[in-house]
Design a protein around this ligand. Structure first.
Ligand code: HPA
Ligand code: MG
Length: 213
């Protein structure tokens, strides 16, 4: 991480989230959620700021954005959109390529031992990942990316979880630091469900049971 690394929005352990009935969400998930943990609008506002921080650090470099699928697709897409807007409104033009990598390590709400890397051939400067907990996935990813010898690698993560045995491997740009709770929405899934939810929410016990495999 850079010496002058920018801040992170800290969500404390006792953060209860917002009542669901104050927001809208897909009808098919009623009963499956406990609360709105981070509303979509706040995610977007924070992403806009991350985009500015990234632009400030880029100088005149061109970039390859490596989106970490599937959970990172929404974050990556919104981040790229903000970077494009900023670059259009500034004098320096930014050449950007976008590529994708797929990682999978979760079954139900547990991390599995094996990490599958599926696809991805290119060198990268900026990786967009939605969530970092132990940092194990991120470590594997960085090893993979370094093999292509890019001149600079930066990782943007929307969420970082406060977990006990973290690898100490953290993104350079972090949207939110959250307690060690399982969250869904904004492309984050529970067994492939809840990706079609705009807000980041906490899943309920009955939701876990309903979509368990
Ligand atoms: N939600 C969804 N996917 C995840 C999470 C989470 O909290 N942590 C790691 N993968
Ligand atoms: Mg998942």
């Amino acid at each position: 991480t850079d010496k002058n690394s920018p801040g992170v929005l800290f969500i404390p352990d006792n953060w209860p989230g917002y009542p669901l009935d104050l927001f809208t969400f897909p009808e098919h998930y009623s009963g499956d959620l406990d609360c709105v943990y981070i509303p979509h609008g706040v995610i977007m506002d924070r992403t806009e700021r991350l985009a500015r921080n990234i632009m400030d650090d880029l100088g005149d470099r061109d970039i390859v954005v490596l989106c970490v699928l599937k959970g990172g697709y929404q974050f990556c897409s919104d981040l790229v959109e903000r970077i494009k807007v900023l670059s259009c409104n500034s004098s320096k033009s930014l050449l950007m390529r976008v590529d994708f990598i797929r990682l999978k390590s979760y079954l139900n709400d547990r991390s599995t031992q094996d990490l599958q890397i599926i696809g991805a051939e290119s060198l990268s400067v900026l990786s967009g990942k939605a969530i970092v907990d132990t940092g194990k996935t991120m470590k594997t990813l960085l090893t993979h990316v370094r093999a292509f010898k890019p001149n600079m690698i930066r990782v943007a993560g929307l969420l970082v979880k406060r977990v006990p045995n973290s690898s100490g491997c953290l993104p350079d740009y972090v949207g939110f630091e959250i307690p060690n709770r399982f969250v869904v929405g904004y492309a984050l899934d529970y067994n492939e469900y809840f990706r079609d939810l705009n807000h980041i929410c906490v899943i309920s016990e009955s939701g876990k049971q309903k979509y368990k495999v």
